[in-house]
Design a protein around this ligand. Structure first.
Ligand code: AMP
Length: 403
């Protein structure tokens, strides 16, 4: 496990702490429509308040244009939600980068950090300003850890002390448990639309796991490379050779990539198109493969039952259309019923988990999409790296103080 400074390592009494949280929540009609992410941060906030500190909260919401205020991306609904949860007024501070008067406040929320020019560019001047607002910086937002931005990376270079929050630490612990010392057999399921967006993850997982199940649009490219007719299905012609090489390499590493036995096809990419189940060898020239069939689900179920560790990212079909959602539902149920340590992450995967009501039966659901995938690939996440550097500097300082 990486060495990071934790909140409990610090004396926060009388200090002002800037916490980077992930309040990128869905907003509908000016109200927060799912407050899960906000509620998840409350223990962090309570721990810091109980340690006697004041809190400046920083987060992004959506992708506004930098340098332009846009009410649609305002964090005002989040400030209201936080005030209700904490039982104290949490004001939203619109102009905050040049200083915040904390005299009458215990917690304030800064307006969307992506309104600031320089945030996404990891601008040094903005990062320094953020660092000057506080005595301690805490990053508690795993889902943005793969981005080097002013509020996730630059600020940690300049803050007097930079630490990791409990949400971020829990996420790292859970992912490390699943990936660094996993109990075998390890099964990974990678679904979703395109091979190209998940190529590096497919390559790195095929070296690490016992079985790699590919699904969704991704499997079509693999079927094509194995010589099957795939009709009008979504696939990537440029990556057919890559898929076949991946299968060969995986086999050399002792990893199997099973292909579907049966599939569910439609004639159009449409919510009302009729779904027809057929053996994979009977796909016609005008078919689109949009889900796996029941025999394939049974085969996957058998594999999953024997697994000790399961990693899941991406749906097995167009699960947004009910007639093509059964394969992903069967997979979600199989994972939910297994005794393995299961870990899942990514926007569509979380949507599928929630659609099929299996949230409570997955051992760990990562909040990260991009961050989750990059961690799976074994990449160093920039926001974590900078916290590790800060931890080394902090340790050296503490040791010097002891002498
Ligand atoms: P990703 O963002 O790469 O995880 O892709 C998720 C999207 O892939 C979902 O919106 C699915 O509808 C889509 N998808 C899954 N299977 C297929 C398929 N066979 N053909 C087209 N799109 C698919």
């Amino acid at each position: 496990m990486t060495i990071l400074v934790k909140i409990s390592d610090l004396d926060l009494s009388g200090k002002t702490v800037l916490i980077r949280e992930d309040y990128n929540v869905p907003i509908k009609d000016g109200l927060v429509s799912s407050d899960t992410r906000i509620r998840a941060t409350l223990p962090t906030l309570m721990q810091v308040l109980e340690a006697g500190a004041k809190i400046i909260l920083v987060s992004h919401l959506g992708r506004p244009v930098a340098g332009e205020y846009d009410e649609a991306y305002s964090l005002a609904p989040v400030a209201k939600c936080l005030s209700d949860f904490l039982g104290i007024e949490v004001p939203l501070i619109k102009d905050w980068t040049d200083g915040i008067d904390m005299t009458n406040h215990r917690v304030v929320l800064c307006e969307n950090v992506r309104f600031e020019k320089g945030e996404t560019k990891n601008d040094d001047a903005l990062a320094r300003k953020m660092a000057q607002l506080c005595q301690v910086y805490i990053n508690d937002a795993f889902a943005t850890a793969h981005r080097a931005q002013a509020s996730t990376h630059g600020v940690a270079k300049y803050a007097a002390v930079s630490a990791a929050g409990p949400l971020l630490i829990n996420e790292l612990k859970a992912l490390t448990k699943a990936l660094r010392e996993p109990e075998s057999p390890v099964i990974a399921i990678v679904g979703g639309a395109k091979v190209s967006s998940k190529l590096t993850i497919l390559e790195s997982l095929s070296e690490k796991v016992d079985q790699l199940i590919v699904g969704g649009g991704i499997v079509n490219t693999f079927l094509k490379s194995a010589g099957y007719e795939i009709g009008k299905s979504l696939y990537e012609p440029d990556l057919v050779d890559v898929a076949s090489k991946l299968m060969q390499e995986a086999e050399k590493n002792g990893c199997q990539i099973p292909l579907p036995i049966d599939v569910v096809c439609g004639k159009e990419f449409d919510e009302s198109t009729a779904a027809v189940t057929k053996p994979v060898s009977e796909v016609e020239a005008d078919d689109m493969i949009m889900d796996v069939g029941p025999e394939t689900s049974q085969q996957l179920n058998d594999i999953i039952t024997k697994a000790k560790t399961i990693v899941w990212n991406g749906p097995l079909g167009v699960f947004e259309f009910d007639q093509f959602s059964q394969g992903t539902k069967n997979l979600a149920d199989a994972i939910a019923n297994s005794n393995a340590y299961s870990i899942a992450g990514g926007g569509d995967t979380i949507a599928a988990i929630s659609k099929f009501n299996v949230e409570d039966k997955i051992s760990y659901i990562s909040t990260g999409g991009g961050a989750f995938l990059e961690f799976l690939e074994g990449k160093k996440l920039p926001a974590i790296e900078i916290l590790e550097e800060a931890a080394r500097a902090w340790e050296a300082m503490e040791r010097a103080r002891e002498l």
